[in-house]
Design a protein. Structure first.
Length: 124
């Protein structure tokens, strides 16, 4: 009897860990894609728009509580211009524990991923 209960709890726990890992991978891919899209933009304003559009492709609206949070920042090049600098995008998402375990459980987890990409100094 105890073995059966332990096995059931272990299966739920492994499912939770697996789904949490899958959510983290999806956010990692979204952050990398957003940072790369932003780094190919011509200026910081269009980079912010490109990053948001890149994250929208992943359909995180239905998975995250209130949708994903996308924050973009950039560091200028040594000459102070956009070209040659770097862009950093942070994507975070709060996921209900219930959607991770498959059974009712209270609370939520926040998964956040940051990615930095260089901005091409020779782009036009």
């Amino acid at each position: 009897m105890y073995l059966l209960v332990f096995c059931m709890i272990a299966v739920v726990f492994l499912g939770f860990v697996g789904r949490l890992h899958a959510a983290g991978l999806q956010l990692t891919n979204a952050a990398q894609n957003a940072a790369r899209s932003a780094s190919m933009a011509a200026d910081p304003t269009s980079a912010q728009i490109a990053a948001l559009e890149a994250v929208d492709v992943y359909g995180l609206q239905s998975r995250c509580i209130g949708g994903p949070s996308v924050v973009m920042s950039w560091a200028p090049s040594p000459s102070g211009s956009w070209q040659g600098g770097s862009v950093t995008v942070r994507v975070s998402c709060s996921v209900r524990n219930q959607s991770l375990t498959g059974v009712w459980s209270p609370g939520s987890r926040t998964v956040a991923v940051t990615d930095t990409q260089p901005i091409d100094r020779y782009q036009r």
